[in-house]
Ligand binder design. Structure first.
Ligand code: DC
Length: 212
């Protein structure tokens, strides 16, 4: 799959710091920032709005087929819109969405659609795209792959410092054990563990690792 612009892929587990790092790397380079977790979160929000049980894969499949997700670029990053309505950070990061998102993200048809949308974004210009399978599945040919990690203790304490009751360990287990596109360290990725370094240091390490 050839892509007309560079795509920096940043994967890693929940609360690893990858969103903050990816956003700053994109700003530094003037690339568009794409948070693919928000696309899965938007789909989850819409499925919950429809009253569907997130663990009922058949019902999720049927509901998801009728849900339109768009990703317009606003001020250097993609937003997520469901049927023309832009979702807020509070909606995307709500407790019900945190609890359900890994169930929605393991439905193969949901992934196929969102992966196609993510690949299509590759034509708009240079990107920093973060998620779980960006270097392994969405853009496996990208020469710019990063995997951001942090210890389980650091990740749990970062989430609670944000005031979010997120079941980080349980989400990781589901994301790593699922059949379709599980979270893995992509082949050729540079691993950056930011448990004991600052955000700025992590951004520097990413920029230094890239051969743009
Ligand atoms: O990055 P995040 O924690 O906001 O992602 C929310 C969930 O979405 C995550 O638990 C698994 C799923 N996800 C995924 O399966 N593939 C991606 N590329 C991004 C997120």
């Amino acid at each position: 799959m050839s892509v007309p612009h560079p795509v920096i892929t940043i994967d890693g587990p929940a609360a690893s710091g990858k969103s903050s790092i990816a956003r700053l790397v994109a700003q530094r380079l003037g690339f568009t920032y794409v948070n693919t977790g928000n696309m899965y979160r938007a789909m989850t929000w819409a499925v919950l709005q429809a009253g569907v049980d997130p663990q009922d894969a058949e019902a999720v499949r049927a509901a998801a087929a009728g849900i339109g997700i768009e990703s317009p670029v606003v001020e250097g990053k993609t937003q997520v819109c469901v049927s023309g309505r832009t979702l807020t950070d509070a909606e995307l990061n709500s407790d019900p969405v945190n609890r359900a998102v890994s169930f929605i993200a393991r439905v193969a048809e949901v992934r196929e659609r969102l992966v196609a949308d993510q690949r299509a974004l590759g034509s708009i210009g240079p990107l920093v795209m973060e998620g779980r399978d960006i270097g392994s599945v969405v853009f496996p040919d990208s020469p710019h792959k990063i995997y951001v990690d942090a210890s389980a203790e650091v990740r749990a304490s970062r989430r609670s410092a944000q005031g979010l009751a997120d079941q980080v360990a349980e989400r990781d287990r589901l994301d790593k054990e699922r059949k379709t596109s599980p979270l893995v360290i992509p082949e050729g990725a540079v691993v950056i563990d930011n448990s004991h370094i600052t955000l700025d240091q992590a951004v520097e390490q990413v920029i230094a690792a890239l051969k743009l």
